[in-house]
Structure formats: C-alpha cells, structure tokens
Design a protein around this ligand. Sequence first.
Ligand SMILES: C[S@@+](CC[C@H](N)C(=O)[O-])C[C@H]1O[C@@H](n2cnc3c(N)ncnc32)[C@H](O)[C@@H]1O
Length: 634
Amino acid sequence: MPRPCFDPLLDADVGDATCMYVDEYDSDENILESEVVPIDVYDVVESFHPHPPYQYCTPASRNENARMIDNRECALFNGWTISRIQTANNFTRLQTVRRLHIDCGFEAEVINNVLKQYTVFRPLRLSNESGLDLPNVVWADGPSSSKPKLPLHFAQEFPNKLGDIFNQINKGVAKFCPNQNCLTHNCHVHIDQGWEMYTPAFVPKQPRHTSEDLRALADGPCGNDCFVSSAEDAMEDDSAEDCFLVPEDVVDVLSDVLKLEPDMLPCYLAVICKTIDRQNGDSFKKMTCRQAFVLRKKMIGDEKVVQELDDKDAMQDGRQTPVKKRRKRKLVQTKPKKPKSKRKRINVCSWESFTITLRALRAHAATPASASASSRRHTASGIAVVTITVCAAGPGAIQPALIIQGVVAGGVSVVRWGVNVTRICAPCAMRGMLPILSVSVFLLRVDTNNSFLQEHGYPVHERRAYAEEIQGTLIFFQLNLLIKYVFPPFMQRFEVKEAKYGLGAFALEEIRKEDIIEYVGELLDNIEEKLDHRAIIQQHSDLNYCFGMGESKRPGKSDVAVAGTTVDAQWLGNPTRFLNDSKPRPANCVADELVVNGERRLLIRAVKNVKKGAELTLRYGDDYWKHAKNGGGP
Ligand SMILES: C[S@@+](CC[C@H](N)C(=O)[O-])C[C@H]1O[C@@H](n2cnc3c(N)ncnc32)[C@H](O)[C@@H]1O
C-alpha cells in the first residue's frame, strides 16, 4: 500500500518515487519498526551497460609493473592524441590504448572501432571502480578462459623446523601472489581462489657429489690453501685439526648454506663464510677452502651421498626398466689434479640486462655492513637467497615456467645460473605471449656478532631491535619485473656503473628529449611506520632512495605522512634509482608526477638530448641535502 514519504532533508512530502521503506518484522510478521529512506533516482539510457565489478589484488607497490610504452614501440595510436603528450590525461589515455594493444593483445582496429565514436577518445578509466581490463586483473565472477587459473598442484606441504633456514624462507615464499600487478604476500583475491601456495617451497637439496667428486669438478686451485692443491693431504683431511678452530656461528652458516647448495664448491663456501667479519679481538679472520671442504665432508658424509644416489637409481630402475642393471658407485680417492693457472672465478650471468638486477642485489646484500657507497663492494656480510621465477605470460597467463634458486653473498655472487633465460622466453614469444620475468628476492642477513651495529654505535635498544630484525632473520622483499621481448626497453637503454658518487645511471644509446622512464619502488602508505628500519639503513649507508610526491618531487623528501606519497626504491626499483644529483650543473632529467589509472606515479623525463655514455642526472634540491645533513634518512 502506498505510504506518504517525508524527506527530512527537503522537509517536505516527496511521494513514493524517491523513497524506500525499510521495515523490521517480528516472528509473526508484524511491523516492529519502519524507516523511510530517501533514494536518488537516475534515468538510465537503454544502451547503458554497467561495467562488471572487478577486483585487483591490492599490491604494496602498485606501480612496479608500469612499463611505459613509447611511440617508437607503438606508433599506431599517435594520431589519437590532440597534441604531443602534454597533460597527464592525454598521457594516461595514450598509455592505456598502447597497453590494450601491446600488453593485452587487442588488434588496433578493434580498439579503434570501439573508440572512434568519440571525438577525442574519452578517458578509459573514470575512477577506481570502473575502467579497463588490464592483464591479470581478477574478475569477481571468476577468471575467464583467457585468464587461466593457477593449477592447485602448486600447493605443497612441507615439514618445517622452527628456526630452520627453510622455515624462514618458506614463510615468505608461501603466500607470494603470482599476479604481476601484485606484490602482496597475503593477497586475499588469490588466496580466495585457492592460490595460496603458488611458489614451490624451498626444500633442502640433496647432495649429488662426494667430496672427491668436488675435487674433480674444480678447474684448479683458487689459491695456495685451496682444497684442490691440498689433495695430497686428502687422507688426513678427516682429522684436520684446523677445522676445530672455526667458530660455531661460522659453522652454522656453512651448514645453512649447504642445505641450499650442498654441491657448492668449497672455495665459494669459504667466500660466504669469509663475509662474517669478526673484529673485536676474535682471531678468526676467514675460512679457508680446505676448512670448508673438510667441514662439508663431515656434515654431508660421502657414504650418505653414495647411498642416496644408489637408492635413487634403484627407485628409477624399479619404475622404468626392471631388468636394467644397477650402476654401483664406489668411494674413490681421485688423484690430485695438476694445479692449473688461477681459475677464472665466477661468471654469474651472461645476460647483461639481468646483471643490473644482480648488481642491485649485491648492493643490497652489502649495504648495511658498509660505510659508504664506494666501499660497499669490498665490505660485505650478507647472503641473499635469490629465487627467480620465469613466467610465460600473456594476457592473464601466470604459470611459472621455471624457478631458479641460488645464493648471492654480499659482494660476490656464488650462483651459477644454470639456465639461459632467453631460451625460456623464446617459446613464450613464439606462442605470442609476452615473457615476464618475475623475481622474488630473499635477503638473509647474517651478522651474527652484531659487528656492524657495535661498530656504528647504535644505542642498546635499537641494537637489539635491529639485530632481531636482521640477525638470522629473513628480510623478505620481492621484485616483479615486467620484461618484454627478453630485453626490456628501458633496461637496454641504461647502464648502471661506478659514478662520481657511488653508482650512477648512464645512457647506453642516445636518449632523446622527452623520453621517459618510470621511477618505481615501494609505494609507502604510512611513512612513519614503514620507514622505521629503513631510516637506520639509509642513515648508515648514506643512501636514500625515497622519492617524495605531492609538493616535493625530489628523492629524499619523504616526510609527508599521506598515503601513497613516497616511492621508496631502496628494495624495489629499476635503474632510475641510480640517478645522481647534478649539482652544481643543470640536470638533464626532471621528475613529473602523474596520475595514471587513479594512482600516483613518477616519471623521469629527459629535458634535453642525452648523448650515449653520458650520466643521467636530476636536481635533488636543497631540501634533500638539508635533510641528509641533519642525520640523513627520511
Ligand atoms: C638515489 S641515490 C643515487 C644512487 C647512488 N649514487 C648509489 O650508488 O646507489 C642517492 C644517493 O647518492 C649519493 N649522491 C647522489 N648525488 C650526489 C652528489 N651530487 N653528491 C654527493 N652524493 C650524491 C648520495 O649518497 C645520495 O643519498
């Protein structure tokens, strides 16, 4: 029955059309309470189709994957802009259309047909709630056929011991969200869809080589006390007394590393253990390759290796060819090899663009233990355990193709990446997919004697807090890099190398005026909270990668406690983090702030042509240096 409707705002009876009755009933269906709620009514045109609701996983660093597509890569839509990129809106629209074409694979003609009805194509994204179907956006009504679900068998259960290195690593790995737009571990969208355990957990590797195999594998001794040159003493290795001189904490590190890389050459093991800098009156300076060799032998046990390999053979024989004769292994003492000239040490990665990332990793591993940018290559006491997940990814495709794991010790990489990444990317490209390299990095700080804290005189409470955080604890961070056509255009054009002030970014080819690259990093929501321990590291290392947005667009200006106003490239970033201050000369780049798809982003834009080999620079501004003078850090 129609009831009169009184709008308290209008103080008038407005009839039935603009209000709704909300009634509460008792169990006998009598109205207990009735409320009249005014409602807004809009005329809906027949052609209106509301955009279906969708959800993003909310990334911690939403701008991480925003590769800007320039007109050389995609010139198709240039005519669509009113003028050259001048305004944030124009820019956003152009980027959006280019992504539709390049990243999402829509034909230019299809996009054109949809958009040509607009004189100037209208913003494709009007607000946070409406807009564009970007790749990897998870739709509320479930993934469409073009967005394959991650198979559930990726979920793995594994036993964990508290305090064990694998426990620590796996805690971080378990909830890593595979979405390239998402850097959140506990991303509820993916977890809701049963993707919690996307990344295979770290499990201890089984050794495949006996000690003597390792001697045979080494190309030659790396120095006088190398385990290879001491092969003649091999028989006495078991009772080698100098191994008892290795302190317990160093032995613990060795034992942890052996769980990750049981077949690592003792010379590399020694490098890692050497990074534990014991000053304060302790006589132990470094582990020798021979000590590492003997300790490995004691920990792993050659008989166990042989037994396990035989068991594995037996299992395979049982499964595949019952009649196949089992190959018996024997423990043999190999003859010592003739020492060759000094072995060429480590060739980590021949894939140049990836080396940049590795360099950054090494810097991370080393930073807290070093006093300045220039010395950090030499003083290092960290181990980074690196997982690289290579995903074959097209629109929405998120299946990891390969996982590479390894260890990077501060200053020295001890991983030999067994896989040429281009090989993996090639088939993706052939299938018309965009190869995406997604990198997760786990940095394990090993600073068991707090030496750097003591050295730098932190007050006791801070020391404890900091030590708790880093000592034997996993500092977990991830990098998601979108790599297209194997070499990402921006990485190809930059080179990070030694500059006047630490590392700097140098042009590998001429960079033209108005060329752009995004400054990416973690988008910090609450500066005061999140910069807590960063401040210590920044102050200590004298390096600050925070870039303030809003009023100030300079690195280091990070004291604005407003959501999303600082991009911190300390742990996540691209080579723009290495742009140094041009002072006192004018800079060749400036930073622009843009709102792209409703999110604040920073672009570094060349303001003049930059010649090949020249350093790319910015003006940090006086505030930055005032800040640094007053104790550095944010
Ligand atoms: C955003 S980082 C730039 C990359 C840095 N050079 C590195 O090695 O990682 C900013 C830091 O670089 C150093 N820096 C950059 N420009 C400088 C300049 N003109 N003079 C002195 N130090 C500078 C300062 O330590 C500053 O905190």
